[in-house]
Design a protein around this ligand. Structure first.
Ligand code: NZQ
Ligand code: ZN
Length: 396
């Protein structure tokens, strides 16, 4: 096993009445003037936002509200949040929502004490020394941001071409995460399925790595992926199935807090290639992953066929044909493709964006993905711009 450091400081409070503890938790982690940050409509419509505000009132915690975070959260909203926090002397940020709201909260948290432009961190020009504490009341299991050190922001401010970039730093790991599976009953089927796709991909990015010495975390990862494949069909049939919603919600955190494998050794090419799709076409992250992964898998498979055979057999349930490892591996990839379709995810870029992607757009995404041809992506197989272009063409 390679040397590693494991850091998962987030206090998770999980269960049906978990949000009742919000004021106590905010105070425990030093919050007295809170920014309650949320998305479009869902938290208002479900009554969750009102409930959280009522609980903060009861607990004597002051707060200001800032809604309007959109999926693929924007830098312009982050700027608005930073200004509001400074004006109101906010000392704690509470995200009510999913990955987009939590990521926007983390970016605001970096930006408040920083005199420069917060985008500097995402653009790799500077490192934050400190940030405000962040926590969440999670409403969609997907991104895993409730326990992760990552945030992904889309720059809609500088320049004509939107850039979607991630920044990771342990100082932004949320202090606590309140997870009530009942809050996910209202998720539309598409978001449920995209969330499960993202959860599985966070596990797969770690599973397909160049280091094959991971007996324990491989077994944990395979169990998580098999469980997600079963649970998602149950909640698509019955959205108020608490038992299966709860499995998915907890899996979302475990998939991205490094329990299923070391992030540093992971591949992450599928994520990077997808981020360009969601930057250019503003699509749902999980749906973009469902489109890219099968093409990535077919393109890189020969780098380690036995890994794909193991995945095919242990995760997708394909029978192992010992005389034909490549055939087994390919049947596993095809099985994943059928699974994505069965849960309502697209199988091609065309299906995802509703039209043919052009050659120019493919070139542009590959250019951005390699930061103007200066970096490669992936570790399972190292990918240059021309490889990435080919993966987009295969996913077309
Ligand atoms: O805006 P509202 O009205 O709240 O609607 C949201 C949004 O439209 C809706 N929703 C959320 N909870 C709901 C609900 N609708 C009904 N009932 C509920 N309980 O779902 C939609 C999607 O929400 P969003 O927060 O965008 O989803 P997700 O958690 O998938 O986050 C996606 C973002 O996270 C980034 C992605 O790139 C994307 O920008 N990621 C962040 C990561 C991280 N920080 O570690 C890692 C991931 O790989 C990912 O890249
Ligand atoms: Zn993801």
């Amino acid at each position: 096993m390679k040397d590693f450091s494991f850091y998962a400081p987030t206090e998770v409070v999980f269960g049906k009445e978990s949000e009742e503890q919000v004021a106590r938790l905010v105070k425990k982690y030093g919050g007295s003037r809170v920014l309650v940050h949320y998305g479009g409509q869902s938290a208002k419509r479900s009554g969750l936002l009102d409930k959280i505000c009522g609980l903060l009132d009861e607990g004597g915690v002051e707060y200001a509200l800032l809604g309007g975070v959109v999926p693929n959260p924007r830098l312009s909203k982050v700027h608005e949040g930073i200004a509001l926090c400074r004006e109101k002397k906010i000392d704690f940020i509470l995200a009510i929502g999913g990955g987009s709201v939590i990521d926007s909260s983390k970016a605001i948290a970096y930006g408040v004490p920083y005199e420069g432009e917060v985008w500097d961190f995402y653009a790799g020009k500077s490192q934050p020394k400190t940030c405000l504490p962040v926590a969440s009341v999670l409403t969609i299991p997907a991104a895993g941001s409730e326990m992760s050190e990552a945030s992904v922001i889309t720059d809609d401010v500088h320049g004509e071409v939107w850039m979607k970039l991630g920044y990771s730093n342990n100082i932004s790991r949320p202090k606590f995460a309140i997870m009530n599976p009942c809050r996910t009953f209202t998720l539309p089927p598409y978001q449920t399925a995209a969330g499960v796709t993202d959860i599985m991909l966070h596990t797969m990015e770690r599973y397909f790595n160049p280091d094959c010495d991971m007996t324990l975390t491989d077994a944990v990862a395979e169990a998580l992926m098999r469980t997600m494949k079963d649970c998602v069909f149950e909640v698509l049939k019955n959205p108020e199935d608490y038992r299966n919603r709860a499995q998915i919600m907890w899996a979302g955190s475990l998939a991205h807090n490094d329990v299923t494998g070391n992030r540093v050794n992971g591949d992450w090419a599928t994520h990077q290639i997808e981020h360009e799709l969601s930057a250019m076409f503003d699509v749902t992250h999980g749906a973009g992953l469902a489109v890219i992964w099968p093409s990535w898998a077919r393109y890189v498979m020969k780098a380690n066929v036995s890994r794909f055979v193991r995945f095919a057999v242990n995760v997708t349930g394909v029978e192992n044909d010992y005389t034909d490892p490549e055939g087994t591996a390919l049947r596993g990839i095809a099985a994943m493709e059928r699974f994505y379709h069965a849960i309502g995810m697209p199988n091609s870029i065309h299906e995802l964006i509703g039209r043919e992607v052009t050659d120019e757009e493919i070139k542009e995404m590959a250019r951005k993905c390699t930061r103007n041809y200066t970096i490669t992506q992936g570790k399972f197989k190292v990918l240059r711009a021309e490889d990435i272009e080919e993966i987009y063409r295969m996913a077309r």
